[in-house]
Ligand binder design. Structure first.
Ligand code: NOJ
Length: 484
């Protein structure tokens, strides 16, 4: 039935549209093909892609690089799918110029890569390897000459095997110290051209999973108390690295981390559940993000750990809490929370077997995480600058007869996360940029090459890269600066 619209109503609608427009939710616009109702990001929003050294570089024994725990572990029979290793991976060490052209053709403004510790300081500590450092000089220079800002991660799990052999890796605080020296070295070398450094990528994956469950390198299975100590040495390594970077880097260099915090999503957006999600966010991230942002392990964490609690000094906690310039979060899956009448005040909801997921078994989908991640950081901890440092999905990609990959599921995943990221910016939460994981298919750790996360398809026999449908989508989103 036709509605009669009065002038007053029209006036109200126009005012609402103007408000939405100024918040970034563009409603008009038809110059770009008549698309309506799209979501525009702030002009300064930083679009990027992310990768990591061991997953793409290959050249594992070239120019003085020595093995990391991942080289050692992936070469042990039965540890990775099909016995896959990162020996060659995407051969990015040799193909980096062509890969930077892929980034350029997407229109990204920034690229997050990681520096391989065993390439730069092959023994973990001691002399630097000039040929290793020179690779990152070349990479950074090539990015800059193509107008792409480099964002460098210093530790994406490739611990020099020498440190594992000498000290038991992260089981010893010697590794925390060695990490900070290496971090200072790299920052001193690159900070004239690299403005942003991430100390560590995803604590849980190299602490609990490397030394507890043993499903990732170095594949050890230590008792709970020892694992808590590993966690402590890892956050300590982060804190010492922040200090070392500040001491060595050019003034104004920004330092942060890229953490896979549990993203607590209130199961219903009502005050009690939102409050519960915020309590859960602090509690469930106690050993890592909360400790770093608050300089203290929450009492409940220490109490629950009992005699297995980590041992630490006040000086160490001060180092761990070294102030950061930004916080990066790698976001993939949700933790649904509801309010509860219990001392904790929240309950974590299990996901039913029918819960939707992507090609990786663990990758359950909830695009709202792209809204809640920056909101929690801003609301709970007052963080001023947040980046989504990874978000993306695996898909059972197939090259079709016309030479294309129609990864509509990945595109759906991305679009819906961007809509939620937009919501965060429109509401004023401190989200400054988004790094898609990943530029191209690569070595997906224990899953080897069986899980593809790229927006470029890689034929690992020929090293040919083919853009998937999602690459086209992402290029369009970046061009229009919105979730199209
Ligand atoms: C996060 C990790 O940082 C990255 O290395 C990994 O490939 C993706 N998650 C997908 O599992």
């Amino acid at each position: 039935m036709a509605q009669s619209i009065t002038r007053r109503k029209l006036g109200k609608i126009a005012a609402a549209l103007a408000a939405a427009e100024s918040a970034g939710a563009g409603m008009a616009a038809t110059q770009d093909g008549g698309v309506r109702g799209y979501y525009r990001f702030p002009n300064s929003f930083l679009w990027g892609c992310a990768t990591a050294a061991y997953q793409i570089e290959g050249a594992a024994a070239q120019d003085g690089r020595k093995p990391s725990v991942w080289d050692a572990w992936s070469h042990m029979p039965g540890k990775t799918a099909n016995g896959d290793t990162g020996d060659i991976a995407c051969d990015h060490y040799h193909l980096y110029k062509q890969d930077i052209q892929l980034l350029k053709s997407l229109g990204v403004k920034a690229y997050r890569f990681s520096v391989a510790w065993p390439r730069v300081v092959p023994e973990g500590s001691g002399p630097a390897n000039e040929r290793g450092l020179a690779f990152y000089d070349r990479l950074v220079d090539e990015l800059l000459s193509n107008g792409i800002q480099p964002f460098a991660t210093l530790y994406h799990w490739d611990l020099p095997q020498a440190l594992e052999d000498r000290h038991g890796g992260w089981a010893s605080s010697e590794t925390s110290k060695a990490f900070s020296e290496y971090a200072g070295l790299v920052a001193g070398r690159l900070s004239d051209r690299v403005g942003h450094f991430f100390t560590v990528n995803e604590f849980l994956c190299f602490t609990d999973q490397g030394y507890g469950s043993g499903i990732k390198a170095p594949g050890r299975k230590l008792p709970d108390g020892a694992v808590n100590q590993v966690r402590h040495h890892a956050v300590l390594g982060h804190g010492l690295a922040v200090q070392a970077i500040r001491a060595a880097a050019k003034a104004g260099t920004k330092v942060g981390l890229a953490e896979n915090a549990r993203i607590c999503v209130p199961v219903i957006e009502s005050a009690p559940h939102v409050g519960a999600a915020s309590k859960a966010m602090r509690a469930l991230n106690a050993p890592f993000l909360t400790a770093i942002l608050e300089g203290k392990y929450p009492d409940a964490y220490l109490l629950a750990a009992g005699r297995n609690a980590p041992r630490f000094t006040a000086d160490e906690m001060r180092a761990i809490a070294s102030p950061l310039d930004f916080v990066g979060l790698n976001i993939y899956t949700p933790t649904y929370i509801r309010a509860a009448d219990s001392p904790a005040g929240f309950v974590e909801l299990p996901q039913p077997a029918s819960y939707p997921r992507m090609a990786s078994e663990w990758l359950t989908i909830a695009p709202e995480i792209a809204y809640w991640a920056p909101r929690h950081l801003g609301e709970i901890w007052g963080v001023k600058d947040v980046y989504i440092t990874e978000n993306g999905s695996s898909s059972t990609d197939r090259l079709t007869a016309d030479g294309k990959v129609y990864d509509t599921d990945r595109l759906m995943y991305l679009r819906n996360h961007l809509v939620n990221a937009h919501r965060a910016t429109a509401e004023g939460w401190p989200l400054r940029g988004y790094f898609l994981w990943s530029l191209m298919d690569n070595f997906e750790w224990a899953d080897g090459y069986t899980k593809r996360f790229g927006i470029y398809y890689v034929d690992f026999k020929t090293q040919k890269r083919t853009p998937k449908l999602t690459a086209e989508y992402y290029r369009e989103a970046i061009k229009r600066n919105c979730a199209v």
